[in-house]
Design a protein around this ligand. Structure first.
Ligand SMILES: Cc1ncc(COP(=O)(O)O)c(C=O)c1O
Length: 473
C-alpha cells in the first residue's frame, strides 16, 4: 500500500514500536551471533518476484522471525568485534523521523532547518575537538568517505603538479587511506608506510627519514596521516610532533580519528589527543563512539575554503540564484556527495538528548572496561596481552597450560580456532588482528551497555569454549 490512511500508519507504527521496545528489552537474553549459512537464510525468504503486495503484519513477521535472529546483534553488550557501535534507541526513532521528512541536504534552500541542524552539530563537534572557529565540515557515510574527502582536499591544497606525489602514514593505518589514494589517482604505492614503535605509534624519526629520502629522489611529499586510535590496537600517534614535521616540510596533516577521536570527551584520555586541533583535517565517526547507528561519519577541515576548491563544481542545474551567503550554502561544495540524507538529526538528538556529561561518562566507562580486562589478563596465567590498552581496544591471546610449551604457530592456530568457536558459541563476540606477524584475539568496547561484569563473562566464555577444543587441529 503506497498511501495508507492516517489510522493505518498509526496501527503499523504501534506494531513497529512494540517490536522496537521488545528488541531493546530482550537484548541481553539474545546470543550475539548464531552460526548460519547463506542457504539457510535464503530458504526462509520468499524469493519470487513480488507481483502483489504483502500485508504489513507479514512484512513485520519476516523481520521478526528471519531478519532479527539471522543477524549479528550489534547492540549486545558483549559484541566486541571490529569497531561496532550499538546504535541507540533514540537514534532508531531519529531514523524514522528523518525518513518521514525525507529531507535532502544538498543546499540550504532544499532543507533549511535540517541544514541548520547539520551546521550546528558540526560546530559542536568542532568545539569538542578544540578546532578553530572557522573550521567546518559535513557528515558523510563513514570514516572511509571522510578520509577520502580529506585527502582530496590535501591534494588540492598542496599539489604543484610537479613529480610524483607522496603521502605518509604508519603501517597500522586503516586501509581506507590507501584506498583513497588509489581512487584519487595518487596511487597506493605512493602511500609510504612508516614504522611504528612498541606501542604501535608512528616513529617520527622514520617519518622524517622517508620524507627526506623522497625529497632527495625528486618526489613531492604533500600529506601525512596521523592516527587518533588505530583500528588494530587503538594507538594514538604523537600528534603535536607530527604537526611540527608537517610544518617543517609543508605537508597537510590529516588525522584519522574515525575510531578514537571522540574519546577526547573522556577525561582520562584527553591528554593523549593533545595537538589534534592543529590538524588540517580530521575524520571521525559518530557511528562509532557516539553510539549512533550507521551511517554517519564526519570530516572537519581547518580551512573549509580549501575543501571548496577541491569539490565545488558550477553547473547550471545547481546554480543558486538570489540568495545571501548563509542561504546560498551548499554542502556539495565541501564533499563528494550531492543528495544526502538527514544524518544530522540523529547526531543532534543524541548530543542534545543525552548531553556531553553522560556521553563522557559512557566513554569513560568503555575505557575502564578495556583496562579492567587488561588487568585480569595480566593477573592470569593462561592469557597474555599482545599490545598495551590505549583506549578501548584489547589484543590478547589464550595460552592454556597444555599449550605453553608448544610452538608459536601452534598457539596462533589454537587461538584462531578459539575465535571461530567463540563466535559460534554466541555468548561473546571478538574479532582478530595480526600484530608483529602473530595472530591476536581482538576486542573493542564501544557500547554504553557493557559493564565490568561483561568483561569477566568474556574471559569465562573463552575458557569454557577453549576447554571444548582440541589443542591441535
Ligand atoms: C581507524 C579507522 N579508520 C577508518 C575506518 C573506516 O570507517 P568506516 O567503516 O566508517 O568507513 C575505521 C573503521 O573501523 C577505523 O577504525
Amino acid at each position: 500500500m503506497l498511501e495508507p490512511s492516517t489510522d493505518k500508519i498509526r496501527d503499523w507504527g504501534n506494531s513497529v514500536m512494540q517490536l522496537v521496545a521488545d528488541y531493546f528489552g530482550e537484548l541481553r537474553d539474545r546470543r550475539v551471533y548464531r552460526h548460519m549459512s547463506s542457504q539457510e537464510i535464503r530458504d526462509r525468504l520468499d524469493v519470487a518476484l513480488p507481483i502483489k503486495g504483502m500485508h504489513f503484519d507479514e512484512l513485520l513477521r519476516v523481520f521478526r522471525e528471519t531478519v532479527i535472529p539471522f543477524s549479528r546483534q550489534n547492540a549486545h553488550p558483549r559484541m566486541f568485534g571490529y569497531v561496532q557501535s550499538p546504535g541507540a534507541p533514540l537514534a532508531a526513532l531519529g531514523d524514522l523521523l528523518a525518513s518521514t521528512l525525507n529531507a535532502n541536504l544538498t543546499v540550504w534552500r532544499s532543507a533549511p532547518a535540517p541544514v541548520e541542524l547539520e551546521r550546528l552539530t558540526i560546530n559542536w563537534i568542532r568545539q569538542i575537538l578544540g578546532f578553530n572557529a572557522e573550521a567546518g565540515g559535513l557528515f558523510v557515510s563513514g570514516g572511509s568517505m571522510a578520509n577520502l574527502a580529506a585527502i582530496a582536499a590535501a591534494r588540492q591544497a598542496k599539489d604543484s603538479s610537479s613529480g610524483c606525489l607522496r603521502m605518509y602514514a604508519s603501517s597500522e593505518t586503516h586501509f581506507s587511506i590507501a584506498k583513497a589514494a588509489a581512487l584519487l589517482g595518487i596511487g597506493r604505492q605512493n602511500v609510504r608506510h612508516v614504522a611504528v614503535d612498541e606501542h604501535f605509534r608512528i616513529r617520527v624519526d622514520d617519518l622524517v627519514s622517508q620524507i627526506t629520502a623522497d625529497l632527495e629522489a625528486g618526489c613531492f611529499p604533500f600529506c601525512v596521516v596521523a592516527n587518533a586510535g588505530t583500528v588494530n590496537t587503538g594507538a594514538i600517534d604523537p600528534l603535536a610532533e607530527i604537526r611540527e614535521v608537517a610544518n617543517r616540510f609543508q605537508l597537510w596533516m590529516h588525522v584519522d580519528g574515525s575510531y578514537g577521536a571522540l574519546a577526547v570527551l573522556a577525561k582520562s584520555a584527553r591528554e593523549l589527543f593533545a595537538g589534534i586541533e592543529q590538524a588540517d583535517s580530521i575524520a571521525l565517526d559518530p557511528h562509532k563512539w557516539l553510539y549512533l547507528p550507521v551511517d554517519v561519519g564526519c570530516v572537519i577541515y581547518r580551512v573549509p575554503e580549501i575543501a571548496r576548491a577541491a569539490f565545488a563544481h558550477e553547473a547550471e542545474y545547481t546554480r543558486i540564484i538570489g540568495e545571501k551567503a548563509d542561504e546560498a550554502f551548499a554542502f556539495w561544495d565541501y564533499g563528494p556527495e550531492l543528495s544526502r540524507r538527514f544524518r544530522a538529526l540523529n547526531v543532534w538528538m543524541l548530543l542534545k538528548g543525552v548531553g556531553l556529561e553522560s556521553l563522557s561518562e559512557a566513554i569513560e566507562s568503555n575505557l575502564a572496561c578495556a583496562r579492567y580486562f587488561e588487568s585480569m589478563v595480566r593477573a592470569s596465567d593462561d592469557f597474555e596481552m599482545i599490545a598495551p590498552v590505549e583506549l578501548s581496544i584489547f589484543c590478547f591471546r589464550h595460552v592454556p597450560m597444555q599449550l605453553q610449551s608448544e610452538s608459536l604457530q601452534a598457539i596462533d592456530a589454537f587461538n584462531e580456532r578459539l575465535l571461530i568457536a567463540l563466535q559460534r558459541d554466541g555468548s561473546s563476540y571478538l574479532s582478530n588482528a595480526t600484530l608483529g606477524g602473530r595472530f591476536a584475539l581482538r576486542g573493542c568496547v564501544l557500547n554504553y551497555r557493557t559493564t565490568l561484569r561483561d568483561m569477566e563473562i568474556l574471559l569465562d566464555d573463552l575458557r569454557r569454549v577453549a576447554r571444548s577444543l582440541p589443542t591441535s587441529a
